[in-house]
Design a protein around this ligand. Sequence first.
Ligand SMILES: [Zn+2]
Length: 325
Amino acid sequence: MKKTALTLSISLLCFTPIITQAENTTSQTVINQQPQVAGYYQHQVGNTQITTLLDGTNFMSPTLFKDIPTEQVQEILKKYHVDQAKGVQTSVNAFLVNTGNKLVLVDSGTADCFGAHLGSVMKNLKASGYQPEQVNTILLTHLHPDHSCGVSKNGVANYPNATIYVSENEADYWLNPKQLQKIPKDQQAKYTGTVPKIKAALAPYQTKKQFKTFKLGDTIDGFEVISTQGHTPGHFSYKLKTSDEDVIFIGDIVHSHTVQFDRPETAIDYDIDPKAAVQTRLKQFADYAKHGQTIAAPHLPFPGIGHIYSADEKSYQWIPVHFKD
Ligand SMILES: [Zn+2]
């Protein structure tokens, strides 16, 4: 037996080099790689099912982090093995919450406001087993187009039976024509470029009186509102009590699970009031690290659900949920 094996391996060694390049290519089977499938993720907290709906992934420049030396950003990104070939990857997630008797969508993705690499919330909502007609309520953390555009398409409501809620301050900032004069000159172009996208998305709901505002102290379908302004003037997070842990839908109080967890005092260029955004993050992170609420975040890696941990109450770690079937 030994002899046969030896003879075979020698003959293979002898034969391999004389196969020509052409023969070699034609005889090789190419196994095609398959596309990624992750598009929705079901997560159960007590009696509540949260479905993360992926809108897509985007890339941002590491220079968008403010008041931190470039070398320090690079050091942190390297520590977390962040692939920077196309920039720093960030997810865009929306959350569909089944409370048992209400279906609530928190944020809605970009639809076609940012190009074809994003805009998959609707496709993923249908794939997850739910239907857009079932959605009763849409809670927007703020009106930036990556959160608000997804509510409609070409002037038609994507969720015909849903009422949209946003804070009074946020609606006033983006929808009141008197705001423009209060905005610093160097930020006006960005503002006037953004407003039409927001208005177009909300219009079908306003026409049907399915657009409402709230203020601090209000509760909507069991969701308590938490003022987390800074990223935008009327930015709010939402807290839902379940039969298990509280869940906080934090919105854009954080954009990076690396730099802004390691150095939470780091603002990002997207913040309208960077100082207030940092104060909000410091306050909320301290609370979440202390009390262990479940966190759902639109711009943390898909599915954007997990917990926040701190060993020293200065820097933080993102602890993502583990896959459960
Ligand atoms: Zn955002």
